[in-house]
Design a protein around this ligand. Structure first.
Ligand code: UN1
Length: 510
């Protein structure tokens, strides 16, 4: 392994970043959980796990914070989020670098993740003056109907390694302006970026002043027992969970059993349809980013390419060349476009899926391990797999850079293939024929929460609602009116007259 990739330098750099963001020394050294950088696979810090009891105490503090924070005017709450956005701007390079070190993202994606946090803060600041309800006509004389949105309570956030900080910010920025404290359990694989984010949040709180109660934001590093404490606690009315469908099914059922609200953002098995009218050069570039960006480790990664038979062979030939030449390497040591997989399990999962694809008649290009930094780092050449049918691993989400290519004859068949998997997060069509585009976007088209045109399924902006249907869980986060999930709706009927007419003409004269 070259010296420049040694863990010592990554460990030193990590410690320097954490100190500069004012994370206490004790928080990242001497704990029982060792944190590894996927860049080299070696330990860069060790953190202490919270216990389930500590989690319950933290929820108690967050609930006490809620009782005060809900009374702070929403635009003033927005001021805290504005300051958070400012602190994130000031720390963009440092936090982006830490995302690269801890999650293995290439440099521009590490920075892009922090930009996404800044964007949602800006969005939430504006939102803090727009948490509006409706006024509705009443059927009764001298009556008025209205709805108001009130803070819901503590929001639990469970996030995954692949967007180690942005997903927290989608939830936290909205929750905070909505009047809700946040208790966050980050992925066990990426606690350091969470600790740094929390330290950055503390800076915003210090500048904000005394009306920010303690316990507005808490990070709980720990295993499933910490997640369970969040999920089971009646003082946490909203739980937002990002991760596998298996995890989400368990979380959703527990939260539902106590009549809490779960916002679930689970697996994706996203497809793009390439039609005969597609601009193939643009398609090629979009497919490359969609399928290989973030080393295939986005929920929105392009995993299935459904190509019209008239353009299939030409596009596959071009794609093969891109797959054979795409740069795979260390995100800190090169300007490679594809960084490492998160760990050995991810690599093994990828190999298993490729074996299953071959057994189902698939032809595989790529997929082999690339030695960049020794045996504890898992770099792979992305895999392009032409499949005879949508069977076997094609209907599952494998969190790795595998793109399955399928052939179709008419658009109905393509849409049926696109919709023919259990997941329903994101999708796209490449077409310049407006009829085909509109059919894809119609009620009989894509069944996903996101449906794009002439771009891949990944890389969403924060302004739209983010999430998907079916096994993706149905939750919506980020933009549009996703904020409503963080508040409780109250309908008010107000009688300003002297008589008491009853609705529906009911009479009850005493
Ligand atoms: C995820 O992979 O969990 O749309 C979220 C995108 C990003 C978010 C992905 N803005 O690809």
């Amino acid at each position: 392994m070259p010296d420049t990739l040694s863990a010592a330098s990554l460990r030193d750099e990590t410690a320097a970043i954490l100190r500069q963001t004012a994370v206490a020394e004790a928080e990242f050294g001497g704990g029982g959980r060792s944190v590894r950088s996927p860049i080299t696979g070696e330990a860069i810090a060790s953190v202490r796990d919270s216990t389930a009891d500590e989690a319950r105490e933290a929820i108690g503090r967050a609930h006490a914070a809620f009782l005060r924070w809900r009374l702070v005017p929403a635009p003033r709450r927005g001021e805290l989020v504005r300051l958070l956005g400012e602190e994130l701007r000031a720390h963009k390079e440092l936090l982006g670098r830490l995302v690269t070190i801890e999650a293995g993202k290439v440099v521009s994606e590490g920075l892009g993740e922090v930009q996404e946090m800044i964007d949602i803060c800006d969005f939430a600041v504006g939102l803090s003056r727009q948490l509006y309800g409706l006024t509705l006509p009443s059927e009764r004389a001298d009556h008025r109907l209205q709805e108001q949105w009130h803070p819901a309570g503590v929001v639990g956030v469970i996030s995954a390694f692949n967007f180690p900080v942005a997903v927290w910010s989608w939830n936290a920025a909205l929750a905070l302006v909505c009047g809700d404290p946040v208790v966050w359990k980050p992925s066990e694989k990426t606690p350091l970026t969470a600790l740094a984010t929390q330290a950055i949040f503390r800076k915003a709180v210090e500048r904000f002043g005394a009306d920010a109660p303690d316990g507005l934001s808490t990070v709980l590093v720990g295993d499933a027992s910490v997640g369970e404490a969040l999920v089971d606690d009646g003082r946490v009315p909203v739980v937002s969970a990002t991760g596998s469908t298996r995890m989400g099914r368990a979380v959703g059922q527990c939260v539902a059993a106590r009549f809490g609200r779960a916002i679930l953002e689970l697996g994706g098995n996203n497809a793009s349809i390439v039609t005969p009218s597609a601009d193939l050069d643009l398609t090629l570039r979009a497919v490359a980013f969609g399928a290989m960006g973030t080393a295939g480790q986005r929920c929105t990664t392009l995993r299935r390419l459904i190509v019209h038979e008239s353009v299939h062979d030409a596009l596959v030939a071009k794609l093969k060349r891109v797959y054979e030449t795409i740069s795979v390497g260390s995100p800190t040591q090169s300007d490679a476009l594809v960084g490492p997989l998160i760990d050995r399990a991810a690599f093994e999962g990828m190999q298993k899926a490729l074996d299953a694809a071959k057994a189902a008649g698939g032809t595989v290009v790529g997929g082999e391990r690339v030695d960049v930094a020794g045996e504890d780092a898992f770099y792979v050449r992305p895999a392009l797999v032409t499949m005879p049918a949508q069977t076997g691993p094609v209907v599952e989400e494998t969190f790795a850079p595998i793109l399955y290519v399928l052939k179709y004859r008419d658009l109905d068949e393509a849409v049926a293939l696109q919709n023919g998997v259990p997941q329903g997060l994101s999708s796209s069509i490449f077409a310049t024929d407006i009829r085909e585009v509109e059919r894809f976007l119609s009620a009989a088209g894509s069944d996903c929460g996101i449906a794009n045109v002439n771009m891949g399924p990944s890389g969403a902006e924060i302004g739209g609602a983010f999430g998907g249907e079916k096994e993706t869980g149905g939750g919506r986060e980020s933009g549009s009116d996703a904020w409503k999930a963080y508040m409780r709706r109250q309908t008010n009927a107000v009688n300003y007259g002297r008589s008491l007419p009853l609705a529906q003409g009911v009479r009850f004269d005493v």
